[in-house]
Design a binder for this molecule. Structure first.
Ligand code: UDP
Length: 500
């Protein structure tokens, strides 16, 4: 039975409502952050769409069963209300299952969730919310928070370096007068020199015809937030965390790496979706490999490659001679040529190379002692999961923030080897083919796994970062303290400090 004190503490605890973007790279860290806040007694409600909610429900339910005050509510999208034709595939409510041509309408449909969310919080939530934690891509949560009379924090599954570079490029109009999208400009307002191109860092939702208003709304919502929650840790990038807080004149709570919330193989394996490979088999396969000998290759939840790229990557991995796990995603994503190549490769490298046909238990694989390097598209979660595991990375950005994350890994942290891709391979206006050749793949993998003195230096830096990452998440560490501070700052009746 609860004591009076416990009842009072529960009634006064913060109630965070998480509104993630429906994309695995956004909802996975949002769920982990909610679970971390729940460990501090805060009530957390996570909002999702049905097919996306289904993927994270096992994680949330297992946390609930262990006594954490967290719940997941899902609301279907009303595509008809935003004039979308019947052609939208059934169950498409996530960035990875929605055809790109529907994307702008999709954001309009998501904005219509404001009413149902408000009604749910009014009629069915155990207590009124005290704070909205909104993915930075949801400008409509400004009105949601205002109508509920609560503060709103912007949630970034990105690093401060990336967000600050992008902010400075826009704020100081760095591309003014630069007509060539591939012409490098220096990121203004930073002590160190970094070059970017408009193709690599056009600004969030910038550069696509028809998206101008949405991009402006997103920027306004970021500027008007009451604070920022970021999946990073301050010891990794102190100057950029401070720089972004100063640029926005708002508090930044760094709370990562949030993947370290999961301490057990079973919950790590279930993170973000049901794995397409038996987890025990996968661990046994890794157990049979030498420590630090396996190359893990995955390009996240959205990126896909054309058949030519698939064969060049596969042949490069094969030629490298290292054992590897390659997440090729489900067979339905490939055409016949790519499938035939993959099946033949799978046979040729049996015993040395493992292909995962669908969702991989990534965080579990990276944390296994057999993992040696990660060939990544530089999605921020993947990059930070490599950091948390102490692994060097082969960087292969595909789109959006991934080019700045590559700079973070290679130029800021010194743990990455680039394959040299200079412009987006997806979400581009033209049909230009960008293919990384097998020799380049092989050389980059060898460099990350061996690479002489430079390789050893990268591995040392990666291991040192992992030690700092774990320290940040432990009791007394910076991210742990920030989680605790967040839970306290948004308790019932708390007042927030405003940074000067
Ligand atoms: N992920 C996973 N298994 C997969 C693919 C992705 O567990 O097969 C997870 C990965 O660990 C990360 C997230 O999904 O937490 C992907 O986020 P990221 O920012 O790296 O890339 P995105 O998918 O957003 O491009």
């Amino acid at each position: 039975m609860s004591t009076d004190e416990e009842v009072k503490a529960e009634a006064a605890a913060a109630h965070f409502v998480f509104v993630p973007l429906m994309a695995q790279g956004h909802i996975i860290p949002a769920v982990d952050t909610a679970l971390l806040l729940a460990t501090q007694g805060a009530l957390c409600t996570i909002v999702a769409t049905p097919s996306t909610a289904a993927r994270v429900r096992p994680t949330v339910e297992s946390a609930r069963r262990s006594g954490l005050p967290v719940s997941l509510v899902d609301f279907p999208l009303d595509y008809a209300a935003v004039g979308l034709p019947d052609g939208v595939p059934g169950g498409a409510d996530n960035m990875d299952n929605l055809p790109p041509e529907y994307m702008l309408a999709y954001f309009s449909a998501v904005a219509l969730l404001r009413g149902p969310i408000k009604a749910h919080l009014r009629d069915r939530a155990p207590r009124p919310p005290t704070c909205i934690v909104s993915d930075f891509c949801h400008p409509w949560t400004v009105e949601l928070a205002a109508s509920l009379g609560v503060p709103r924090l912007s949630f970034f599954s990105m690093c401060a370096f990336c967000v600050l570079c992008q902010h400075n490029v826009e704020r100081f109009n760095a591309y003014d007068g630069v007509l060539d999208y591939n012409h490098p400009v220096v990121v203004p307002g930073l002590e160190k020199r970094f070059e970017v191109t408009r193709a690599q860092a056009p600004g969030f939702f910038r550069g696509w015809p028809g998206w101008e208003k949405f991009a402006d709304d997103v920027e306004r919502a970021r500027a008007e937030a009451d604070g920022v929650v970021m999946n990073t840790f301050v010891e990794m990038e102190p100057e950029y965390v401070a720089g972004y807080a100063a640029a926005r004149a708002m508090k930044v709570w760094t709370v990562g790496p949030v993947s370290l919330y999961h301490q057990h193989a079973a919950t790590l394996a279930a993170r973000g979706n049901t794995a397409a490979i038996d987890t025990d088999d996968c661990v046994r396969w890794l157990d049979d490999r030498e420590p630090g000998s396996v190359v893990y290759v995955s390009f996240g939840s959205i990126a896909h490659a054309d058949p030519k790229q698939i064969s060049e990557l596969g042949l490069g991995l094969e030629a490298s001679g290292y054992p590897f796990i390659w997440v090729v995603k489900d067979a339905g994503r490939h055409d016949e040529a790519a499938l035939a190549f993959l099946r033949e490769l799978e046979e040729r490298v049996a015993g040395r190379g493992l292909l995962v046909w669908g969702w991989a238990p990534q965080a579990l694989i990276l944390s296994h002692r057999a993992a040696g390097a990660f060939v990544t598209h530089c999605g921020w979660n993947s990059t930070l999961e490599a950091v948390a595991a102490g692994l060097p990375v082969v960087t292969w950005p595909h789109f959006t923030d991934q080019f700045l994350n590559e700079k973070m890994a290679v130029e800021v942290l010194g743990i990455g080897v680039s394959v040299g891709v200079k412009e987006p391979v997806m979400y581009r206006m033209d049909e230009k083919d960008i293919v990384v050749g097998r020799e380049t793949v092989e050389a980059a993998v060898r460099s990350a796994m061996d690479g002489g003195e430079d390789g050893e230096e990268r591995r040392c830096k990666a291991r040192a970062l992992a030690v700092k990452a774990r320290a940040a998440m432990r009791e007394g560490g910076s991210s742990h303290a920030n989680i605790r501070d967040l839970a306290k700052s948004f308790q019932v009746g708390a007042t927030q400090d405003t940074p000067e």
